[in-house]
Design a protein around this ligand. Structure first.
Ligand SMILES: Cc1cc2nc3c(=O)[nH]c(=O)nc-3n(C[C@H](O)[C@H](O)[C@H](O)COP(=O)(O)O)c2cc1C
Length: 135
């Protein structure tokens, strides 16, 4: 069975650009081994990540991600079964954007720019954002 998980989190204040690049290089290497695909979106000082792959491997990866000190306030937004992959060509696509840009995508579901935390996102906003960025 193929499973997906979407979550939002806050980037640890000590994470540099180089460290983010190292993180993504390692993630891609490991994701290739476990046939995990997806997208990691950086929105200002937050992450929004979608991962998909075999159920067991997604569960193991998410447990590691939850304990990872490079981010905090991890907010699970959605998870479930999928019949086919949405990001089959991407061992982990990294995209950087801003909350301002995100609000141009979201019409009725604007996020609060002054008070931005992972809890500002819900499964609907997350899907709108991901779909529009990869379309
Ligand atoms: C925002 C974020 C996204 C991550 N995404 C992945 C990923 O897609 N794949 C992956 O293997 N590790 C990812 N990691 C790293 C894992 O948390 C973990 O460090 C890595 O799987 C190595 O774990 P291990 O040394 O216990 O095998 C991510 C970490 C963070 C903070």
């Amino acid at each position: 069975m193929l499973k997906f998980i979407i979550y939002a989190s806050k980037i640890s204040i000590t994470l540099s650009n180089k460290e983010l690049n190292d993180l993504i290089t390692e993630a891609r290497h490991s994701n290739k081994t476990y046939k995990i695909t997806g997208i990691l979106l950086r929105i200002d000082d937050m992450f929004l990540q979608y991962i998909e792959g075999p159920e067991k491997d997604i569960d193991i990866l998410y447990q590691k991600i939850e304990k990872d000190k490079r981010h905090t306030s991890i907010q699970l937004l959605d998870m479930g079964e999928i019949q086919s992959r949405n990001y089959e060509d991407w061992e982990m696509l990294l995209k950087k954007t801003t909350a301002k840009e995100i609000n141009q995508i979201l019409k009725n579901d604007q996020i609060d720019l002054k008070n931005l935390t992972p809890t500002n996102f819900n499964s609907n906003t997350a899907r709108l954002i991901l779909d529009s960025l990869v379309a």
